[in-house]
Each structure stands twice: as structure tokens, then as C-alpha cells.
Design a protein around this ligand. Structure first.
Ligand code: PGA
Length: 245
């Protein structure tokens, strides 16, 4: 399976900072892994123009294909401008926009129908981890967020513990492997043997300093990276760590 590293710019960046993507495109034009940058919607088109062999993706889409939804963007529009992927159900959207598993499930399905690859995010909160509910929460999110009609050849799972995002905290290696192994097992049961090839990414405070250690773990097929993806020099270290696995 090809490895995948995703930069999630969140609501950061500017026309000027798109030069970071240009730098990455030049530096990693013949990479052995897939490199994707998910930029804010206004920058999708200019980012695509300079991305070379890097993929450009979005951070959310609506469940409808078009209509009276002021301020929203449809999966078909993202596909129309040649975005390849869309992040769905990031914990920041689950929390700030009340996105439920059901909504995530609908968004992921329409993203696939529009020829985008959804990156479906799951992860427990700190209190859920402390109360030893991690696997049951993950199980519930997988059941609720993955429609059985999804095509297993084109979606990605991102395990992102909510408490690890933007905090500098990272679960132990055993904890990451436990959740990733649990996800793989669930995917195999639901989607059959082809689920071996579904990329399961880890996200939450991935940095140049810990990437190599995280990428060595079983069933970790790449990463979803927030703040360390904003500058080409920081992100390159993570890209190279995944290339060298
Ligand atoms: P972080 O964010 O790498 O800044 O922790 C990850 C994410 O939210 O996708």
C-alpha cells in the first residue's frame, strides 16, 4: 500500500504562504509516497496550479450536491476544481459545528460519489481515554461514520485523539497500535480483504521529532499533520520520515 501524508492547514495561510507548497512540490516531485495538502477553500485553485505532483484537498464538504446552502461548498464543486481528497468529520468540526457520526457518514458517501477520497476522522476525548472508553468510542464512531456502501478502495481513516491535537501530547506507541489494529480489524470485518489496503493515518501533534517513531508502528500508514505542515521545512522532515519507512 502507498503511504500518505496529509497537511491540514485548517484556517491558516494566505496567497503569500502558498509558496510553501511550491517549495514542497519542487523538493518532493519524485516522492515514493502520496503527499496531500488540505488548504482553506479560497486557496484550493491557486494551490492546485503550483502543486505539481502533490495532491490538493479540502477540509469539509456539504451533503447536498447543490442548492440553497449559503456559505457551503459541495463535494462536486471540489471535484470540479480537481481536488483529490476531502477531510470529513475532523474533531474541530464535530465540536464547533456539531457534526454527528450520521452527518459524517453522509458527507463521506457524497464525497465518494463526487470522485473525491474522503479522509474520515475519528478519535476519543481525554475524559473518554481516562475512563477507558477509547475502543468503545472508536467502535461507535466507525459504525456511525462509515456507510456500508462506501467503496473500500477510496477512503482513508484518520485516528486523531482529540487531546493530542495541537497540544504536543501524543499517545504511547502501544496506545496508537491498539487503536490502529482495532480499526484495521473492524475494516476487514466490514469490507473484506480489500480493507488491508485502506490507509489508516495517525494525527495529533505529529512533528519532525516524533514522526519516525510513529511511522514505524503497525497499521500506521501515514499521518494527518496540522501545525507542522504549515512550513515546508517542517513538513519535509515528516515527509522524509515516511519515505524512509
Ligand atoms: P496538529 O493537528 O498536528 O497541529 O496537532 C492535527 C490535526 O488536527 O489534524
Amino acid at each position: 500500500m502507498k503511504k500518505l501524508v496529509v497537511g491540514n492547514w485548517k484556517m491558516n495561510g494566505s496567497i503569500e504562504s502558498l509558496s510553501e507548497i511550491e517549495t514542497l512540490a519542487t523538493r518532493h516531485h519524485d516522492s515514493t509516497i502520496d503527499i496531500l495538502i488540505c488548504v482553506p477553500a479560497p486557496y484550493l485553485v491557486p494551490a492546485k496550479q503550483i502543486a505539481g505532483s502533490l495532491y490538493i484537498g479540502a477540509q469539509d464538504c456539504h451533503t447536498a450536491s447543490q442548492g440553497a446552502y449559503t456559505g457551503d461548498v459541495s463535494a462536486y464543486m471540489l471535484s470540479d476544481i480537481s481536488a483529490s481528497h476531502v477531510i470529513i468529520g475532523h474533531s474541530e468540526r464535530r465540536a464547533a459545528h456539531n457534526e454527528t457520526n450520521t452527518l459524517v457518514r453522509e458527507k463521506a458517501l457524497i464525497a465518494q460519489l463526487a470522485d473525491l477520497c474522503p479522509i474520515i476522522c475519528i478519535g476519543e476525548t481525554l475524559s473518554e481515554r481516562e475512563n477507558e472508553h477509547t475502543l468503545s468510542v472508536i467502535h461507535e464512531q466507525l459504525i456511525g461514520s462509515l456507510d456500508p456502501n462506501l467503496n473500500s478502495s477510496s477512503f482513508v481513516i484518520a485516528y486523531e485523539p482529540v487531546w493530542a491535537i495541537g497540544t504536543g501530547l501524543v499517545p504511547s506507541e502501544t496506545e496508537i497500535e491498539e487503536v490502529h489494529g482495532f480499526c484495521r480489524q473492524y475494516l476487514l470485518e466490514q469490507f473484506g480483504n480489500s480493507a488491508e489496503y485502506i490507509q489508516i493515518l495517525y494525527g495529533g501533534s505529529v512533528k519532525g521529532s516524533n514522526a519516525e517513531r510513529i511511522f514505524a508502528l503497525q497499521n500506521v500508514d501515514g499521518a494527518l499533520v496540522g501545525s507542522a505542515s504549515l512550513l515546508a521545512d517542517d513538513f519535509s522532515v515528516i515527509i522524509e520520515a515516511l519515505e524512509n519507512v
